[in-house]
Design a protein around this ligand. Structure first.
Ligand code: HEC
Length: 102
């Protein structure tokens, strides 16, 4: 049941935001955006370059869809004003570099 709820929440989040990034973006462009807009906060929490937030054993993101939703959610928090394609770039970068979902 809990799993269902989570899936449901993720589905709502990603459709509510917009059509949604699908991790098919340009990882190179994503790295630039990510390093500029996202690292600071994660690094404060986890030290170093903050990448431990993605690689820690109990990391939250388990699927491509969750990754896209999390990028959207964090982007909304930051107020970076990214376009959906920017989110797709960052999701692609994080997937290529850390998560490696198929
Ligand atoms: C205001 C601080 C802050 C900023 C800025 C921020 N994040 Fe986050 N991020 C968090 C927090 C807090 C979590 C959740 C940690 C938890 O719940 O364990 C998180 C988690 C994540 C995760 C999930 C990690 C996992 O557990 O698998 C991803 C992916 C992510 N952020 C991406 C981004 C991206 C992309 C940006 C740039 C748009 C960004 N974040 C900017 C605070 C931030």
């Amino acid at each position: 049941m809990k799993t269902l709820m989570v899936l449901f929440a993720v589905a709502i989040c990603s459709t509510a935001a917009h059509a949604g990034p699908d991790a098919s973006g340009d990882a190179k462009a994503g790295k630039t955006l990510h390093d500029k807009g996202c690292v600071g906060c994660h690094a404060n929490m986890f030290g170093g370059d903050g990448s431990k937030i993605y690689t820690r054993a109990d990391h939250k993101v388990k699927t491509k869809q969750q990754l896209a939703a999390q990028v959207s959610a964090c982007n909304a928090n930051v107020g970076a004003g990214w376009f959906p394609e920017d989110e797709a770039h960052v999701a692609a970068y994080l997937n290529q570099q850390y998560y490696k979902f198929k």
